[in-house]
Design a protein around this ligand. Structure first.
Ligand code: NAD
Ligand code: DAU
Length: 351
């Protein structure tokens, strides 16, 4: 069946992988990528598919309810996959309100617009909200987050994502909208903005800059290759049960310091540097306030119901990721210099 899918945040890290997968795999769908192009949005992430006939880009903000309404009419939007968000925990500690506006108010704007346009028959439409494992708070030494773990967000970022999840749930319960939610662990891979741990450290190793490890470095994250997240989103969008939540994770826990040491070792090998050269740049710095000690996802439900599991090992994914950054120096340079923010003007504004 032909669909006109609105993907929000498609110029960001995960969104660009989701847009690419849908544009490539579903020529019969129209993919409308709506993105405000904040500092995290980069159209260079999608240069390879920008002129495909089933792809449209719209620069818009999810806080602009009138524009959303107009776009739903103009494109006859049938479904939403919602990724647009402020996504960096450290920024949320400095500017919590930005997270309240985009992550909470923006999500409610989208829900309201979908509700208005789809009210005649909700069953024909799907609203898929992409969320995070951080809504569950922090784990001790043992145990995993399941879909029934109680929410206990600790940062302004995770609190705003938790609130948006609750609104999506409420629109299903109250208005019977066909919603689905997934909560994923830490992603890594190509096009990851170098403010997050893995791309920041790849960048700093390349530049021989200090590697700033927060606190004692013994914080644990569960890493998933971004293309496996995009595959899970495809499956859940098409086959996930309405009103349900699916956890997505890599079954792949790493303490930050072990991950950083592995990255240093692999990068030294690839760059032909002396072993230990990059590791010597590790610098322990003041901890992140409210820093969650450990995340780990139980993705059994997604495996059991929809047959999903990660397709690459961490070693393969990390190897591919490092090679991608080494081969895409220009992308990294544009992102760190800010030049990527002129891409939109050169591509779209004078047409
Ligand atoms: P990102 O920061 O790389 O991208 C976010 C995108 O949203 C950017 O393109 C930005 O321009 C756009 N955006 C921000 N505010 C907007 C607004 N008001 N209107 C329209 N567009 C706006 O984020 P990401 O890491 O790709 O994460 C995408 C989604 O996945 C987020 O909802 C995040 O919470 C969730 N998530 C991320 C991870 C992860 O490890 N990165 C893990 C689980 C879930
Ligand atoms: O778990 C999913 C979440 O993963 C997503 O919802 C978020 O959008 C995404 O940013 C990510 O959040 P984290 O806070 O876990 O990711 P970050 O890359 O910022 O940090 C990973 C770990 O590394 C964390 O324990 C903090 C630590 N860290 C991070 C940076 C940037 C450092 O030690 N030094 C650093 O410079």
């Amino acid at each position: 069946m032909a669909k006109q899918i609105l993907i929000t945040g498609g110029a960001g890290f995960i969104g660009s992988h989701v847009v690419r997968l849908f544009v490539n795999n579903y020529p019969g769908y129209t993919i409308v990528n709506l993105d405000a192009l904040t500092y995290a949005g980069n159209l260079e992430n999608l240069a390879d598919i920008a002129s495909r006939p089933n792809y449209r880009f719209v620069k818009a903000n999810i806080l602009d309810a009138d524009r959303l309404d107009q776009l739903f009419t103009e494109y006859g939007i049938t479904d939403v996959i919602h990724l647009a968000a402020e996504s960096h925990v450290d920024r949320s500690i400095v500017s919590p309100l930005d997270f309240v506006y985009t992550n909470i108010v923006g999500t409610v704007n989208l829900l309201n617009t979908a509700r208005k346009h789809w009210a005649a028959d909700y069953a024909k439409h799907r609203f898929y909200h992409i969320s995070t494992d951080e809504v569950y708070g922090s784990l001790g030494e043992k145990g995993l987050f399941t879909e029934t773990t109680a929410y206990a967000p600790n940062s302004p970022y995770s609190a705003s994502k938790a609130a948006s999840d609750h609104f999506v749930r409420a629109y299903h319960e109250t208005y019977h909208m066909h919603t689905v939610v997934s909560n994923c662990s830490n992603n890594y891979g190509p096009y990851h903005f170098p403010e997050k741990l893995i791309p920041l450290f790849i960048h700093n190793i390349l530049q021989r800059k200090p590697l700033p490890v927060y606190g004692d470095g013994l914080y644990t994250r569960d890493w998933l290759y971004v293309k496996d997240h995009a595959r899970a989103i495809d499956l859940i969008f098409h086959q996930g049960n309405v009103g349900e939540t699916y956890n997505i994770g890599g079954f792949n826990e790493w303490k930050n310091i072990d991950l950083v040491k592995l990255l240093c070792k692999l990068m030294d090998q690839k760059l032909g540097r002396k072993q230990g050269e990059s590791e010597a740049m590790i610098t322990y710095i003041k901890d992140r306030p409210g820093h969650d000690r450990r995340y780990a996802i139980d993705a059994t439900k997604l495996n059991r119901e929809l047959g999903w599991k990660p397709s690459v090992t961490f070693e393969e994914g990390l190897d591919e990721t490092i090679d991608w950054y080494l081969n895409n120096n220009e992308w990294l340079e544009h992102v760190t210099s800010g030049a990527y923010q002129h891409y939109y003007e050169s591509m779209y504004e004078n047409r």
